[in-house]
Design a protein around this ligand. Structure first.
Ligand SMILES: Nc1ncnc2c1ncn2[C@@H]1O[C@H](COP(=O)(O)OP(=O)(O)OP(=O)(O)O)[C@@H](O)[C@H]1O
Ligand SMILES: [Mg+2]
Length: 391
């Protein structure tokens, strides 16, 4: 299948050289069983690549599963991926098959793979190397034949440096790298994409299609698009719904494009309906991020201390639960400090407000809210639970 046929089939807009190259690699490797790692910033369009590969592979008539590793709580991720035996933990009433078992003969897409806990990374490396895995609570080695495609928007070499990702797993997953370029490096595609989204939303909302003036097109192409195609799509949708006049000039478009500032503060305060961030919010956001960094530091120090004293933390069955233990420690530490520290506690309250606001803004979509807050989806789940937010 040639590239233009793929684009048509998968609704991919754009003719950028790096994008074409990424599609070309996907087609070339589809016929093999090699592992593929799709990388690129958030919102660039990574999720279509595993589908291109699967549907062009000899496995196309078998199962395809996409698993968002960031959305599954740490405590159940091993069971989701590898299955569990009845009675292996509280609540395991039945033996359950995991994705590696049900996808036998097919393809498994591990999205947000860098979110996997280190203990799960070990299991994943094993199944990639030997096709062998063991259900949680079992001692029986099982075989499977699954082709793995993974994706991430984080810089894995940096995650390796900070001890969050295993280097051996990275090399195993990254047998074939596919890099999806950011939108700002695909300037020629920006207007094409906008036009396509404008048509789609006109159709969806049964309204005339919005059109951009030349100065608006220029503005669109100058902007850096930190949220990439997802952000462009969302702006096209907002304008399609809100603007009564269907000819959009630069001045109108400006209301929808956040001003360029320091990258960690996506701020726009102008009273035009886009004024989501007030001064107070900005301070909260900075405090929230600071708190996250302190938490990470705490975990880092604890990890270092552990590796110096060389502990082996295991449960009663002798199964090593080192990573879990570190997380528990961290959470305990947090609770103690909150009880005794008024300032800490107030930051906690601010976090709750901030999380609620981010969720409201993104219509309850946790993924988008987590991205806005600069935390992982899993951390967001944990925070919602921890703060007992009624969402
Ligand atoms: N070339 C394209 N043509 C049309 N739409 C696209 C294209 N690339 C991406 N999109 C759309 O952009 C949105 C974001 O894409 P996607 O969900 O694949 O992002 P991602 O790279 O997985 O981001 P994240 O790392 O945040 O998960 C989707 O709605 C997708 O349909
Ligand atoms: Mg994605």
């Amino acid at each position: 299948m040639d590239i233009s046929a793929i684009k048509q089939r998968f609704d991919i807009i754009g003719d950028n050289h790096a994008l074409n190259r990424a599609i070309d690699i996907a087609v070339q490797v589809a016929g093999t069983d090699l592992s593929v790692l799709v990388t690129g910033e958030s919102g660039v369009g990574k999720e279509v690549f595993p589908q291109i590969i699967h549907t062009n592979s000899p496995r196309k008539h078998n199962q395809y599963f996409a698993v968002n590793c960031g959305a599954i709580p740490e405590g159940t991720i091993d069971s989701e991926l590898f299955g569990h035996e009845k009675g292996s933990f509280t609540g395991a009433y039945e033996t359950r098959k995991g994705y590696f078992e049900v996808a036998d003969g097919g393809t498994l897409f591990l999205d947000e793979v860098a979110e996997l806990p280190l203990s799960t990374q070990v299991r994943l490396l094993r199944v990639l190397q030997s096709g062998e895995f063991i259900k949680v609570g079992s001692s029986k080695v099982q075989k499977t034949d699954v082709r793995v495609i993974a994706a991430t928007n984080i810089n894995i070499p940096r995650a390796i440096e900070s001890g969050k990702f295993r280097e051996d797993l990275y090399y195993r997953l990254n047998t074939v790298p596919i890099f999806v370029p950011p939108l700002r490096e695909r300037k020629e595609d920006i207007y094409l994409l906008f036009k396509k989204f404008a048509l789609d939303f006109a159709d969806k909302y049964k309204m005339p299609t919005i059109r951009l003036s030349p100065d608006a097109v220029h503005l669109l192409e100058l902007y850096r698009w930190p949220g990439n195609i997802r952000q462009l799509k969302s702006i096209a949708e907002q304008i399609s719904i809100i603007e009564p006049k269907r000819e959009i000039g630069g001045e109108v478009l400006k209301k929808y494009i956040p001003e360029e500032g320091p990258s960690h503060l996506p701020v726009r305060i102008d009273g035009h309906g886009n004024d989501y961030m007030t001064d107070r919010d900005i301070i909260f956001k900075v405090l929230y991020q600071l708190r996250q960094e302190i938490e990470e530091l705490k975990t880092g120090i604890k990890n270092q201390k552990d590796s110096q004293t060389g502990p082996v933390i295991a449960n009663h069955e002798g199964e090593v639960i080192e990573e879990r233990a570190v997380v528990d420690y961290d959470e305990d530490a947090e609770i103690t400090s909150e009880k005794g520290d008024q300032q800490d506690f107030s930051i906690q309250n601010m976090s709750a407000g901030f999380i609620k606001k981010a969720l409201e803004k993104h219509n309850g979509k946790r993924k988008a809210a987590a991205a806005e807050l600069g935390i992982s989806e899993r951390t967001l789940y944990r925070k919602i639970k921890e703060l007992q937010l009624d969402i």
